[in-house]
Design a protein around this ligand. Structure first.
Ligand SMILES: [Zn+2]
Length: 437
């Protein structure tokens, strides 16, 4: 006589019940399981729906046969699980009914045409979209291929990111470009535009192209009330984005992003340095050439140069810049940076006007004159910053997030994949909605 042990009263001790409890699917019977050679588990189930009505005429359907369909499920006790669902094939008993035959479906187990169970689909959407894990890594964990995971992320993710309440009123809207295809000789680099709530730091959407029709169409789709609430638009110094704003949001104050303004001045300095280098030495920069040696010091902010660094910079410029062109471009760059030290908008504008007049003087190097012309053309947008301090800074942060998503995926070739992944990660979807979609 075995010793009778006392179990806690709520404990299920019936083996079938324990198994069903572990499987955790409603209205499902477990038929059996196999542990495969690769250590994954093949779990066979069927639903308890032993009767069905025809959706055409409502009469009781006849069982026509069975069809086994395999789904990737959540791992169990550390092993990947494949769910083999023995689906009933039904046939309408009414000879004249056009419905004919069909296979049973149950969305609680798996959505139609999905290769993954519903719960696994939600799990991978969170793992890839929220935690930023790579599709490959998650596919390995579930013992399936890349496409199965990606398809589920795109299907479940699209419902989350296209939810009408994902974003609400925006006061400052930013447009910024990102390259989205890995740069390699045999790949064309495509650009996409990030549309960002600059105030809240939320990625609203991603559209193909750099400005142009796609960006305009996106804005045109938004409601009048939403558009009317926008007071500021931030952008780099590109006429494409300017035309998006002027055609779709003519009432907003445009703000040139300080980061891009300083970047332009720095790149003009770089152009002058490379041209003077070639003109004076007859070749591109070598590591012994004074201007090549000065390139990092030139790019540094003046206040960050040590006194040794400053002395070195001056002597390198003296040696490599006979006409003082690099020095002029360096002063122009520092003057542009100084512009952002001004607190007062009217003063900043006067200062910018004087600066651009000086830089466009015929005696200046051509690159510096070009910088001066751009500053003149964008004078109002540049100094609009002094009034509101909105910048693409948050957009840059968004782009860094997007770059992280790209790095994890080793470059995207599909725009849809890219959009879903970036918006799940940086678009602040309401993850609490995931169980209900
Ligand atoms: Zn029927």
């Amino acid at each position: 006589m075995p010793q009778i042990r006392k179990f806690p009263s709520l404990l299920d001790t019936d083996p079938v019940k324990v198994l069903e409890l572990l499987v955790g699917l409603e209205s499902v019977s477990v038929l059996g399981a196999i542990r495969r050679a690769d250590d994954s588990i093949e779990l066979h189930i069927q639903t308890n729906a032993s009767v069905a009505g025809c959706r055409g005429c409502g009469t009781f359907a006849k069982l026509k046969g069975w069809r086994i369909v395999n789904f990737v499920d959540l791992p169990s006790f550390g092993s990947p699980v494949s769910l083999s669902w023995h689906k009933r094939r039904w046939r309408c008993a009414e000879a004249t009914c056009p419905v004919g035959s069909w296979t049973e479906e149950d969305c609680r187990i798996a959505a139609p045409r999905c290769k993954m169970t519903d719960r696994a689909g939600r799990y991978v959407t969170r793992a890839v979209g929220q935690a930023g894990r790579s599709v490959n890594e998650v596919a390995r964990e579930l013992g399936c291929d890349w496409h199965t995971v990606n398809d589920a992320v795109v299907a479940y993710g699209a419902a989350l990111i296209d939810h009408p309440d994902r974003f609400s009123e925006v006061t400052a809207l930013g447009l910024d470009e990102t390259a989205f295809v890995r740069q390699a000789p045999y790949f064309k680099t495509n650009y996409v535009t990030s549309i960002v709530d600059v105030g809240a730091g939320q990625l609203l959407d991603i559209v193909p192209g750099r400005g142009g029709q796609e960006s305009k169409a996106w804005l045109a789709k938004q409601g009048q009330i939403w558009k009317a609430a926008i007071t500021h638009g931030t952008l780099d110094l590109s006429s494409a984005y300017k035309s998006v704003f002027t055609s779709e949001l003519p009432h907003v104050t445009l703000v040139a992003d300080p980061f891009h303004v300083v970047k332009l001045a720095t790149s003009k300095l770089d152009e002058v340095r490379r041209r003077v280098q070639t003109e004076t030495m007859g070749h591109r920069g070598h590591k012994v050439d004074p201007l090549y040696r000065a390139r990092r010091l030139l790019a540094m902010a003046e206040e960050r140069l040590s006194s040794d660094g400053k002395t070195k910079l001056l002597s390198l410029i003296e040696a490599g810049d006979p006409k003082g062109e690099v020095a002029t471009a360096w002063h122009a760059k520092e003057a542009v940076r100084e512009l952002y030290g001004h607190q007062d908008q009217a003063l900043a504008l006067r200062w910018l006007d004087e600066l651009s007049a000086d830089l466009t003087d015929g005696i200046r190097p051509p690159e510096v004159r070009s910088l001066g012309r751009t500053l003149k053309r964008w004078r109002l947008e540049i100094t609009a910053w002094h009034d509101c301090h909105y910048s693409n800074g948050p957009t840059e942060a968004m782009n860094n997030l997007i770059k992280r998503v790209k790095r994890v995926a080793f470059g995207f070739t599909s725009f849809t994949n890219y959009r879903v992944r970036a918006l799940l990660y940086a678009g602040k979807p309401d993850w609490s909605l995931l169980p209900s979609i």
